[in-house]
Design a protein around this ligand. Structure first.
Ligand code: UDP
Length: 472
């Protein structure tokens, strides 16, 4: 049996890492010919939780080798991250290209234990590596940590750019776009906020222009969830083949950076004592930071609605602080606040009845997997588009907002009021809400998709055959 190794280059942010590493493990479990995965690890100066997660996720897996690239000495200015996060990440990857070139060339010229390197699987932010892959004669595939709706946006953006070569104007937020992977017209205000910023817009266009250079695009989603978009991409129009291989979820032995064992146990014990489907879970991803006035408004909503809750509050991106300090004096809510939540365990618990989420794609798929309906409160990246797709396209979520954009710990001009929150969470927790039933059905479909003979398992098999060169 000829064996092969794959090289993975994930973006070192929690949401991207969890699913990329899990996918690597799944490939090795599915086909013994893939005997090793090498992960090239870059060091992003922010995303403090990501390093701990990367180490924890790979430590117990001898088939995964982690190669840390040298830290770059001239990272993009951190100010750029605040104004233009996509441009920051794009520049960061560009600055890593020389060391990526050296490392990849060395790996291909002198492979580990003489095992052949079969190809590269890259985060979509790393598509500049295609050029290096061509130099060393390796096929490269994108592993998209988001969904087919977002892929449609990345296909659409370069086309629009040919006609209108500039970022979106601030006064075009209400304009509606025809993006073929969506059945509905998409308002500009739910596109990633970067399209309104010149530098991020340029970065997104550059990335989108490179997508067709992939040999294939693996998407962490499944056909039954996004039938229209998957059908659109499967019609094979001048674009690489797509593989719906999700949901790839990191469920077992997941690290909880920033949470002590005692806090973790306290949360789970408390949940055990709550009635079925009675608890509202609020969590805004690995980087969702609110200012104090917005936190007060959420606290007020929790008091007014009276629901039991678990609420992960982050007030700074890089420093950890006591989340209780952010609460208004005399807060009378019936629940637990923490700075990092064991999200998957909470969603899996029968006491959890609804999830107020920032709509990161991992969070959405985790909650669908466990059949917990979401109320949408997008913050950053492509979360507004995810929220739009969940509410308007698929009828799988309750709307708090579709177009909210996080403004770090500054005071957002666009505050969500306690009344709005109360209205949405009452609807979310209502046992008769049809969204709840639909989510239950999709939960079953998700499990079928990744089981033997399911749609995502079949697509993963197709990808393995392609990258190993079977049937050539
Ligand atoms: N997560 C968690 N606890 C937290 C915040 C996040 O376990 O307090 C996990 C969550 O389960 C998910 C990931 O971190 O797997 C976040 O990924 P997602 O794509 O939802 O959002 P991102 O953080 O990338 O914006």
């Amino acid at each position: 049996m000829e064996t092969a190794e794959l090289i993975l280059i994930p973006l070192p942010e929690t949401g991207h890492l969890l699913s990329s590493i899990e996918f690597g493990k799944r490939l090795m479990d599915l086909d013994r010919r893939i005997c090793a995965i090498t992960i090239l690890s870059m060091k992003l100066p922010y995303a403090p939780h990501a390093y701990a997660s990367m180490a924890a996720l790979t430590a117990s897996e001898p088939r995964i080798r982690l190669i840390s690239l040298p830290e770059i000495h001239d990272p993009p200015p951190i100010k750029l991250l605040e104004t233009s996060s996509e441009a920051y990440i794009y520049d960061f990857i560009q600055k890593n290209i020389p060391s990526l070139r050296k490392t990849l060339t060395d790996l291909v010229v002198s492979p580990q234990d003489s095992v052949r390197v079969a190809g590269l699987v890259l985060d979509f932010f790393c598509v500049s590596v295609f050029d290096i892959a061509r130099e060393v004669n390796l096929p490269s595939y994108i592993f998209l940590t988001s969904n087919f709706g977002f892929l449609g946006f990345m296909q659409h953006l370069p086309k629009r750019h040919r006609v209108t070569p500039s970022e979106f104007a601030d006064d075009s937020r209400e304009d509606e776009l025809l993006i073929p992977s969506f059945e509905n017209r998409v308002p500009a205000k739910v596109l990633p906020a970067g399209v309104f910023d010149r530098r991020s817009y340029e970065a997104l266009v550059e990335l989108g222009e490179k997508f067709p250079g992939a040999k294939g695009i693996l998407v962490n989603s499944f056909s039954e969830l996004e039938p229209h978009a998957v059908e659109y991409f499967s019609r094979g129009r001048d674009y690489p083949p797509v593989y719906p291989i999700g949901p790839i979820l990191n469920i077992k032995n997941r690290p909880n950076p920033g949470l002590t064992t005692a806090q973790h146990e306290e949360i789970m014990r408390w949940l055990d004592d709550q009635p079925e489907s009675s608890v509202l879970f609020l969590c805004f991803g690995s980087m969702g930071v609110f200012g104090t006035p917005q936190i007060r408004e959420i606290a007020h909503a929790l008091e007014l609605s009276g629901f039991r809750f678990i609420w992960a509050i982050r007030t700074h991106l890089t420093e950890s602080s006591d989340p209780h300090e952010a609460l208004p004096e005399g807060f009378m809510g019936r629940g637990i606040v923490c700075s990092w939540a064991p999200q998957v365990e909470i969603l899996a618990h029968k006491a959890t009845g609804g999830f107020v989420s920032h709509c990161g794609w991992n969070s959405i798929q985790e909650s669908l997997w466990y059949g917990v309906p979401i109320a949408t409160w997008p913050m950053y990246a492509e979360q507004q588009l995810n929220a739009f797709e969940m509410v308007r396209e698929l009828g799988l979520a309750v709307e708090i907002r579709l177009d909210y954009v996080a403004d770090g710990d500054r005071v957002s001009p666009d505050m969500v009021t306690a009344d709005e929150i109360v209205r949405a969470v009452r609807s979310l927790m209502d046992g008769d809400n049809p969204v709840r039933k639909k989510v239950g059905e999709i939960s079953k479909a998700a499990r079928r998709a990744v089981s033997d003979g399911g749609s995502s398992s079949a697509a993963t098999g197709d990808f393995i055959r392609d990258i190993l060169g079977d049937g050539l």
